[in-house]
Design a protein. Structure first.
Length: 149
């Protein structure tokens, strides 16, 4: 037996129904759709999700959850412990120095200093925002917090 000798079993396959190919085929004229009416037309019938004229479920549900505030400002967080590791005593912490040290990617990104960790160095901090705990730690170490320029 060779591959070219293989055939399907007798009676296991049928020819496909060729619809709309003349009356002698048995499926001409109306092509098996009956006569007249919405379902006999091309493109006829109700769409997927049609609920008999009732508002469909997909349209009754909210499009997206929640609310997005387009005025929200996203701050890059920098902890006090990171400032302790990166800066020497008496340094100024601002956007330019943070970019130079690789903490943020660009100078215009808003920065907020957070109070996680300890600080022993006297630093001058000029960033967009400072948390209350971070400000307390900076001032306790002898540093000061100034408004961003």
């Amino acid at each position: 037996m060779q591959l070219n000798d293989l055939r399907p079993a007798e009676g296991s396959t049928k020819n496909r129904k060729r619809i709309g190919r003349g009356n002698s085929s048995g499926h001409g004229t109306t092509a098996g759709r009956g006569s007249k009416g919405q379902l006999s037309r091309s493109g006829g019938g109700k769409g997927a999700g049609f609920e008999g004229g009732q508002q469909p479920l997909a349209m009754r549900l909210p499009k997206l959850p929640g609310f997005t505030n387009h005025s929200r400002v996203e701050y890059a967080p920098v902890n006090v412990s990171r400032l302790e590791n990166l800066y020497a005593d008496g340094d100024v912490v601002d956007g330019a120095s943070l970019v130079e040290k690789g903490v943020i990617k660009a100078e215009f990104i808003p920065v907020k200093v957070l109070g996680d960790g300890e600080l022993t160095k006297k630093l001058t901090v000029r960033v967009d925002k400072v948390s209350a705990s971070a400000q307390a730690k900076i001032e306790a170490a002898g540093g000061k917090v100034e408004a961003a320029c």
